[in-house]
Design a protein around this ligand. Structure first.
Ligand code: SF4
Length: 449
């Protein structure tokens, strides 16, 4: 039975030193009990206590790390079935496939797209995470050469090595060194040999079942052999079957704590269809329903970008607003005669407004007031974007020394605030800017100090 936070606290050293990244032992114990962090994060607990608490408080979907040396992809760690119950923890990994049957140019193309298709949105870098290297020709030398190539070309890629031969996987893992790959996949026939390879090189293992029952049997065998870090592939190669298996595995793990299915799933949209658009749709369905990793046949911007945005949405904590720091942000190299704009610290607002200012090429100062992640109107209604607070922020922000003029633009709908603000900041002229962010560039180009 799971331990409560208080039971866990009793077993902690109670130094309240914060080395675990959480200020007090009590807060740490609560997080361990909620499955939000691991007991191993406290450097002072004994191995015995670690084992005792770790087992009892581990999330029902085990947290598994792929990679190493500062480049780690984390999957699993999930504690709930529906995001509104708490949140989803570790975003689905997006992988691109390369295999030993492909010619050099095709491999180079996929790796190039892996490296170049990156997008920064709301302060987060969105990109594919992993490269799956498949031994399609049953040729160990060709496989290790391909692994080497991927390691050199895609320096931040985490690797999934796919072969039915444990020795081939061992050779690939050896090439990877500290960048511990996921070794895929273990079957009932090769489980013992692959478990030995995984234990020797310290790599996680992918279970490759023919169906759910077979997956459970392999998983149980690997657990009995002492392996802990698994990822499961139930062998489903239709979207319906993959969807059903993902749901079944998640439910079995979360609701009934069924250990053999208490792992992230790896899905292969690349093997479900040859149509790239359909493949993207399959991946989209599986990202929404519990895929730990999806392996795509190729990466194209028009396919990858929507998947990355979908993933960002699903794995954003619904209970915590995304915020940017309260500050003065210079955009396009502003000077003393540049316009001054003010808005809230809800990150979506910030990135939309700053993006439009940037696109206008007009050098500007953007002041971001802390509104605890609320949008402008909501913050105003909640008393967190009042004239007195803005006036105080303006004074301490240092903007008075940065510009000669005294005009501030507040984009949006807050016309009712103009009078109050002008009372609080008598030297300032307050302009309520365009209602739509998209109209900011034209507005700023016309603006004069
Ligand atoms: S590192 Fe350990 S002792 Fe220190 S605060 Fe965290 S739980 Fe407590």
């Amino acid at each position: 039975m799971a331990l409560t936070g208080i039971q866990i606290l009793k077993m902690l050293p109670k130094k309240n030193c914060g080395e675990c990244g959480i200020p007090t032992c009590l807060a740490f114990a609560m997080k361990v009990a909620a499955g939000q962090t691991e007991i191993g994060e406290c450097p002072y607990v004994s191995d015995e206590v670690k084992e005792q608490i770790g087992e009892a408080s581990a999330p029902p979907i085990r947290t598994v790390k792929i990679g190493g040396g500062g480049q780690v992809f984390t999957t699993g760690g999930e504690t709930c079935q529906f995001r509104h119950e708490k949140r989803f923890e570790n975003p689905t990994g997006i992988a691109v496939l390369v295999d030993t049957a492909m010619d050099e140019a095709a491999v180079a193309g996929r790796l190039e797209r892996f490296k170049s298709l990156r997008y920064e949105r709301v302060g987060v870098m969105l990109k594919a995470d992993l490269v799956a290297v498949k031994d399609t020709k049953d040729d160990r030398a060709a496989f290790t050469a391909l692994v080497k190539n991927v390691l050199e070309q895609a320096e931040d890629a985490k690797l999934i090595l796919i072969s039915g031969d444990p020795e081939t996987l061992a050779a690939g893992a050896q090439e990877c060194g500290e960048r511990k790959p996921l070794l895929h996949g273990a079957t009932l026939d090769n489980a013992e040999a692959l478990a030995k390879v995984a234990q020797d090189c310290g790599c996680p293992v992918g279970v490759k079942g023919k169906n759910v029952d077979d997956t459970v049997a392999i998983s149980e065998k690997l657990l009995a052999l002492g392996l802990k870090d698994l990822v499961i592939d139930t062998g489903a190669r239709t979207v319906k079957a993959a969807f059903e298996d993902n749901v079944l595995a998640r439910r079995a793990a979360v609701k009934t704590k069924f250990k053999p299915l208490g792992f992230s799933t790896i899905n292969f949209p690349c093997e479900i269809t040859d149509d790239p658009l359909l493949e993207a749709m399959v991946a989209s369905v599986l990202i929404a329903k519990y895929a730990g990793i999806v392996v795509l046949s190729d990466l194209q911007g028009e396919i990858l970008f929507p998947l990355l945005l979908e993933r960002l949405n699903i794995f954003t904590d619904p209970q915590r607003p995304m915020v940017v720091q309260e500050d003065v942000y210079p955009i396009n190299g502003p000077g003393e005669n540049s316009p001054v704009l003010l808005t809230c610290n809800f990150s979506l607002t910030y990135f939309i407004v700053s993006g439009e200012i940037e696109g206008s090429k007009v050098p500007s100062w953007l002041l971001i007031k802390d509104t605890e992640g609320l949008s402008v109107l909501t913050a105003w209604a909640a008393g967190k974007f009042g004239a007195d607070m803005i006036a105080q922020f303006m004074k301490k922000s240092g903007i008075l020394d940065k510009v000669k003029h005294r005009e501030m633009i507040i984009p949006g709908y807050l016309a009712s605030m103009k009078g109050e603000l002008e009372e609080e900041l008598p030297e300032w002229k307050i302009t309520i800017g365009p209602r739509e962010a998209g109209h900011l560039p034209a507005f700023l180009k016309e603006w004069k100090a």
